[in-house]
Design a protein around this ligand. Structure first.
Ligand code: NAI
Ligand code: MG
Length: 342
């Protein structure tokens, strides 16, 4: 058939749904129902698996079949995996492996609550998590190398700048970028991050750019979170800022995140598999639904994402609360309220 130029003729966006372990499948099911409530006909869901149960059954936490499915999707909504607290032969975190294999270099953590509307963009591939650790002096000293490259810094900062510009178009406020570093102490590594970041940001003259040392950044983020827009940071700093930010806007049960590459986005709630409440039907679906909104935004379904965000804001203000938020609602009751609001 010849192209009609009509949007409704576009092929649906293919997305994978991966429940994982514990409450993962419960919250992913809920989030998929919310997504289907706003844009069902534009999405084709494909089921995939990974995690601890998958490992126990197949010997692989991340089966090749799952990687193949993901390579043919624009993104995935993922619940959580349970990781053993002791080393298990052959088991590796599927999330860490996926970040590497799909080159998901940007970790996004929106912080939204009341007047706060910021997003932490964390470099996801190098820094202090580059995995270069070694012993020295016969085990008396442990050394970790911190890797900062111009290339990885350029692409994370470009990602952050493009996000700042997109957000500004959506909300009408001038875009602002905060570059986080500690270049006064780590003169080479953070010096390179800082210099590269400022160079890249200079290519976006509409963005107001500021820099902030990481320690004072945590302090200011907690004291005046509403002043921030897009915050870009090397791996470890971004990890810490993300979690501090999550506490600031309501905690584990409500915050979503996304791991993004050039062609793929893996969105997930920030929380883990919560084995203490798995199977009880009381998991809070908000974090997974927030992650789903992020995913839709990244794969070009921004209008559907915005509807979910609005429903989430109303739900958080006036909907029934699950036990983690001090209420007695079940996952299904919270979901029914969300569905009524989208
Ligand atoms: P967790 O986030 O699973 O749970 C911490 C506490 O928060 C628990 O009391 C739990 O009941 C509660 N909680 C978490 N999400 C909730 C929700 N949606 N609704 C209501 N309450 C919620 O972290 P924990 O206990 O440290 O780890 C449990 C397992 O999850 C471990 O095996 C860990 O390795 C894994 N994990 C996986 C992650 C991932 O898949 N990305 C991230 C963090 C932990
Ligand atoms: Mg973390």
């Amino acid at each position: 058939m010849a192209p009609t130029g009509d949007d409704s003729a576009l092929a649906p966006v293919r997305l994978a749904r991966i429940g994982g372990d514990g409450i993962g499948p419960e919250v992913v099911d809920a989030a998929v129902r919310v997504v289907d409530g706003v844009g069902g006909d534009r999405i084709e869901w494909v089921e995939a698996e990974m995690g601890w149960r998958t490992f126990e059954r197949t010997g692989r936490a991340l089966p090749e079949a799952t990687v193949e499915i993901l390579e043919n999707c624009a993104g995935a909504l993922f619940g959580a995996v349970s990781s053993p607290s002791h080393a298990v032969d052959g088991y590796r975190s599927p999330i860490v492996e996926l970040r590497r294999r799909l080159d998901l270099y940007a970790n996004l953590r929106p912080l939204r609550s009341g007047a706060v509307d910021a997003v932490v963009v964390r470099e996801n591939t190098e820094g202090l998590y580059a995995g270069r650790e070694r012993w020295d002096r016969e085990g008396e000293v442990a050394i970790a190398e911190r890797v900062i490259s111009r290339r990885a810094t350029e692409r994370i900062v470009r990602f952050a700048c493009e996000l700042a510009v997109t957000r500004a178009v959506q909300c009408g406020n001038p875009p602002r970028l905060t570059v986080v570093h500690k270049a006064n102490v780590l003169r080479l590594s953070d010096g390179l991050f800082r210099e590269t970041a400022l160079d890249v940001a200079a290519g976006f003259p509409e963005i107001e750019v500021e820099e902030q040392l990481v320690d004072s950044m945590v302090y200011r983020l907690i004291l005046e979170p509403e002043r921030y827009d897009v915050i870009v940071a090397p791996n470890l700093y971004g990890d810490i800022l993300s979690d501090a930010g999550a506490a600031l806007v309501g905690g584990l049960g409500v915050v979503g995140s996304a791991n993004c590459g050039e062609r793929f986005c893996l969105a997930e709630p920030v929380h883990g598999s919560a084995p203490d409440i798995a199977g009880q039907g009381t998991a809070n679906p908000i974090a997974a639904v927030s992650a789903a909104a992020l995913l839709l935004e990244r794969v070009g379904l921004g209008d559907a994402a915005a509807r979910i965000e609005e429903a989430l804001a109303e739900h958080r203000a006036a909907g029934p609360r699950t036990p983690d938020r001090g209420g007695a609602a079940t996952t299904d009751e919270a979901l029914a309220d969300l569905l009524a609001r989208v």
